[in-house]
Design a protein around this ligand. Structure first.
Ligand code: EPU
Length: 428
């Protein structure tokens, strides 16, 4: 096991290229199950979630070739093997295997998903959708059993706006009989990306990216080539980093429209941002002003950037409030930031940050993926050395993080944990 070592205080500058979107990748890869001939997805990120999904497709008989960020999946020999445990538990997005396998085989057995611990993360809306399409869904000893004689299109109203439920229902409905209408659907760019792949495979989908998605089921889907969208959360993380510890960073391969809420907030703080077609240049404010943010569904401020943004706010003049309306308990990074001298308290769903504070390097632990990003940003702007454990979370979502940061002039490296640290981790 490794930890991340960060020597803080070096100003970062240069260009960083953004990888393919993690939250698209984890849906696009399972979507290939629905085809009857090879599908190629170009530009996938090098992250552990992608490797785990590759392994899962191979477990059910898929032939998968993954090189230079492009993955070709031949799904023709896949069978509906139960996937109750093991790899499934390593990532939340394994729930997309439910929709995809149900759509193709009309049955699936999938273990309850794992992933980041952000408080309760139910999948009741996914199940509501599968049931509306005619599937029986039962939870037996920690695995979800899905069975249907046939899937029939239905009108499904989501009680909660959910990215996962919207995509999962789309995956099952594209091969159902007749018309499905998803109302109160999520509108995130990743949903449009998945709908684009499915459409290239022969599916009939209208309205992806709005809150009503209409799907006309088809009997068969075929192979195709698809290029993934850039990762707006990775791009947002580097934008925040550029504001916190940069001396001018150019973010390349980004869709600026996907980050409007973040860009607006950064500008409100006094950060300089110039957005081009597929690049954004960021340089720090002379004096950063405190701001309040509230996370919302897209196009609101993304919950996935709330934690990195908190690290930035420790350097802003005044009191800021960060409220997470999506995951009210996504604040495990706060105790760690406090170890680094930040003045933050949590009240209910909000964190209140007093700044500006000079952060100090410390030994901290990433409890989840974006908490990890928050601690890396904090470490890069802190005085002295910061050691971040819990690297397995960061590796789930940030492609070549150490290389990209060193390319910007950071001093950051991976080190093996000492025996003593391994013991401490086991007992924690
Ligand atoms: N919810 C329900 N019932 C459901 C589904 C969701 O109550 O059946 C609730 C959740 O508890 C949450 C809200 O609805 O309060 C939104 O959850 P959503 O389903 O949209 O989240 P998700 O699809 O499981 C994706 C991303 C998350 C991101 C959220 C919100 C993937 C694989 N994950 O999760 O990304 O935080 O949308 O935008 O796409 C991350 O990248 O770090 C990450 C956690």
């Amino acid at each position: 096991m490794e930890k991340l070592m960060i020597a803080g205080g070096y100003p970062l500058k240069g260009t960083v290229r953004i990888s393919g979107a993690k939250n698209s990748a984890v849906a696009l890869i399972p979507a290939t199950i629905l085809a009857d001939s090879p599908v190629t997805i170009e530009g996938l990120p090098d992250i552990s979630d992608v490797q785990i999904l590759k392994g899962l497709l191979e477990e059910i008989g898929g032939s998968v070739d993954f090189a230079d960020n492009d993955m070709t999946v031949d799904p023709s020999s896949m069978i509906s093997m139960p996937l109750p445990n093991g790899k499934v538990k390593k990532l939340r997005a394994s729930y997309y295997l439910m929709g995809a396998m149900l759509g193709r085989f009309k049955k699936a057995v999938i273990g309850l998903p794992g992933g980041c611990h952000l408080g309760p993360r139910p999948i009741d809306q996914h199940i509501k959708g599968f049931e509306a399409l005619g599937a029986s869904v039962t939870n037996e000893q920690g695995a979800i059993y899905l069975r249907a004689d046939e899937l029939k299109g239905a009108r499904i109203y989501l009680d909660v706006v959910s990215v996962g439920a919207t995509i999962n229902i789309m995956l099952a409905a594209v091969r159902a009989k007749g018309k499905t209408i998803i109302e109160n659907a999520a509108k995130e760019p990743e949903i449009i990306d998945v709908a684009t792949l499915l459409t290239n495979m022969g599916a009939k989908i209208k309205g992806a990216g709005t809150d009503v998605i209409r799907i006309e089921g088809v009997d068969q889907l075929h192979g195709c080539r698809h290029t993934i969208i850039p990762d707006r959360i990775e791009a947002g993380t580097y934008l925040i980093l550029g504001a916190a510890a940069g001396e001018g960073i150019l973010i390349d391969n980004v869709i600026p429209q996907h980050l409007e809420s973040l860009i607006a907030k950064l500008r409100e703080m006094g950060v300089n941002i110039e957005a081009g077609d597929d690049q954004i240049f960021v340089s720090p404010a002379e004096k950063m002003k405190a701001v309040d943010i509230k996370t919302l569904v897209y196009p609101g401020f993304p919950t996935d950037l709330q934690q990195p943004f908190t690290s930035l706010l420790t350097g802003a003049e005044g009191t800021s409030m960060v409220t997470d309306t999506i995951y009210g308990a996504r604040f495990k990074h706060i105790d760690e930031l406090r170890r680094m001298n930040a003045g933050i308290k949590v009240e209910g769903r909000s964190a209140i940050i007093n700044g500006p504070i000079r952060l100090q390097g410390a030994k901290v632990k990433a409890s989840d993926l974006r908490a990890g990003a928050a601690l890396v940003i904090a470490g890069l702007k802190a005085e002295g050395i910061t050691e971040v454990t819990g690297l397995e979370h960061i590796d789930r979502g940030y492609s070549h993080l150490v290389e990209k940061l060193n390319g910007l002039g950071a001093t950051i490296w991976r080190e093996n944990l000492t025996k003593e640290e391994m013991e401490q981790m086991k007992n924690a």
